[in-house]
Design a protein around this ligand. Structure first.
Ligand code: AP5
Length: 215
């Protein structure tokens, strides 16, 4: 399956991608994760991207589109992918159309995860991420394991720099201005499936599961 996840920052795209992978083995391609890895490894891309990420701004389209082109060439995405965090602007969506048409493949669904802004602030300010396995947790809703009980090795839990309240509000504003227009873009292609992202992790996954089972 070839899927896109659209939703505001902190809607639960990363969390649900993990559950989708557990059941369907669809590999997530998260532009945010790739960028953060580059920032950590201090690559040229990482240095360029960090100036934007840390202020909650979008990284310029040309940088992101080149990055995605290289990623989609990886044979592991030959049979499908779940794009998380890309596309985020209309020019990125148009570039993806060209890329997919060159690969002679089509999108199966765009999953739109809807969560109100007030809930986003609560979620992101309590989010914690593991440096070792990249899983995301929440101090209240999905607490990280004790290091001794971690089933994937040693936990190294941290809070992302862009999860400060001021930056969260900026990211939300950018989502509404630059990313939300993609909803019409993909509705016109009859690809959008709406998901109410405000339930428990399991309730949200059940909705996604019932959509994917029909594909
Ligand atoms: P990116 O990493 O893509 O961030 P984002 O879209 O802002 O999304 P998040 O990863 O913050 O949230 P999520 O929806 O995955 O939520 P999560 O599952 O963690 O991008 C970061 C930056 O990189 C951007 O700001 C930009 O600078 C740059 N960038 C990336 N892609 C780009 C692109 N294409 N173009 C330009 N720039 C780009 O969940 C959040 C929290 O909520 C967690 O704590 C979780 O435990 C909790 N939670 C999840 N589900 C529930 C639930 N049902 N109930 C209660 N809590 C829940």
């Amino acid at each position: 399956m070839r899927l896109i996840f659209i939703g505001p920052p902190g809607a639960g795209k990363g969390t649900q991608s993990e559950l989708i992978y557990s059941k369907y083995r669809i590999i997530q391609l998260s532009t945010g994760d790739i960028l953060r890895l580059n920032v950590k490894e201090k690559t040229e891309l990482g240095k360029q991207a960090n100036e934007f990420i840390s202020f909650g701004k979008l990284v310029p389209d040309d940088i992101i589109i080149n990055m995605i082109k290289e990623e989609l060439d990886d044979p592991k995405f030959k049979n499908g992918f779940l794009l998380d965090g890309f596309p985020r602007t209309i020019p990125q969506a148009e570039a993806l159309d060209v890329l997919l048409s060159n690969l002679n493949v089509k999108l199966d669904k765009v999953l739109l995860l809807e969560v109100p802004d007030t809930e986003i602030v609560t979620r992101l300010s309590g989010r914690r991420t593991c440096r070792t396995c990249n899983r995301t947790f929440h101090i209240v809703f999905n607490p990280p394991p004790n290091p001794a009980d971690c089933d994937r090795g040693i936990c190294d839990i941290y809070q992302r720099d862009d999860d400060k309240e001021e930056t969260i509000l900026k990211r939300l504003q950018i989502y509404h201005n630059q990313t939300a227009p993609l909803i019409d873009f993909y509705t016109n292609k009859n690809l959008v499936a709406k998901i109410n992202g405000t339930g428990t992790l399991e309730e949200v996954f059940q909705q996604i599961d019932s959509i994917l089972m029909q594909l």
